[in-house]
Design a protein around this ligand. Structure first.
Ligand code: PGA
Length: 266
């Protein structure tokens, strides 16, 4: 069942998620965080870096990122490896060999996908952080007639390529392919938080929660996960109807939001 927490502002929502991450990594011996890129988690990483400056340690944490562009080197300004370094890893006490991001420059992409699935097997994710695309994609699992379960190479949807042009100097520089964790790999996380902020995400949020599960709205598959929470600002929540709220009581005292996680080492 999807739970929802809605906050007046993105900043409040972000502090909430950062506090959950602090709780998790303080309670679990070898926590594994599934991480996302894009504009949505930028404030989250800033908040976690602030927590680190106040003493929060990450040296025992392993991270596994959702996706990476094909063809970009790790230090390309728009690669997701570089994004993670610039926004998060470069500011905390995590060693690079505990941070996993697909290698978008692998000469054998199929082998790289298999390698990544092995990493996911060895490091099962305790908490997966997700954003949501305007078209409902999670990771780079784009709307399609069928979705892939495991890590795979994907041709990006036209609207995703268009949305990404803002990050590249020339349209022809925008990558058209990516490596992404599959839907099943995402759903295997013990718990999931999808964050969405802004009015332009409201339709995707509504469709993801509508009660129908469809490959044309990949985020709708999250409804089948036992521990998933949508953390929204007021604008992203604006189209979610009362019925969803009724079905998913958020503040009910009998429904503690955060069930204790088992230790990942068990
Ligand atoms: P955004 O992207 O955070 O940049 O809006 C989210 C996504 O496409 O998953």
């Amino acid at each position: 069942m999807v739970k929802m927490r809605t906050f007046e502002t993105e900043q409040l929502a972000t502090v909430y998620v950062a506090a959950i991450i602090e709780g998790l990594i303080s309670a679990v011996e070898h926590p594994v965080l599934g991480l996302a890129t894009g504009s949505t988690p930028v404030q989250l990483y800033r908040q976690l870096v602030a927590f680190h400056h106040q003493g929060l340690q990450f040296s025992h944490v392993t991270t596994v990122n959702l996706d990476e562009y094909v063809g970009l080197s790790a230090d390309h300004p728009q690669s997701y490896r570089r994004f993670m370094h610039d926004h998060f890893f470069g500011h905390i006490d995590i060693s690079p060999n505990q941070t996993f991001v697909p290698n978008g420059q692998a000469s054998d992409l199929a082998a790289e996908c298999a390698r990544y699935d092995k990493i996911l097997e060895v490091h099962p994710i305790d908490l997966q952080i997700l954003g949501i695309g305007h078209n409902g994609h999670i990771g780079f699992n784009e709307p399609d007639q069928a979705l892939q379960t495991k890590t795979h190479v994907v041709r990006l949807a036209e609207d995703t390529i268009v949305a990404n042009t803002r990050f590249f100097a020339r349209p022809e520089d925008v990558p058209t392919e990516a490596i992404t964790m599959g839907i099943q790999s995402i759903l295997q996380a013990k718990s999931i938080i999808l964050m969405a902020f802004g009015r332009d995400k409201a339709a995707a949020v509504r469709q993801a929660l509508s009660g129908e599960v469809s490959t044309s709205m990949p985020a709708s598959f999250l409804q089948m996960h036992p521990q998933v929470t949508f953390v929204l600002d007021a604008e992203a929540a604006v189209e979610v109807n009362q019925r969803v709220n009724d079905l998913n009581p958020i503040y009910g005292t009998a429904n503690p939001f955060w069930a204790p996680l088992s230790r990942s080492s068990e």
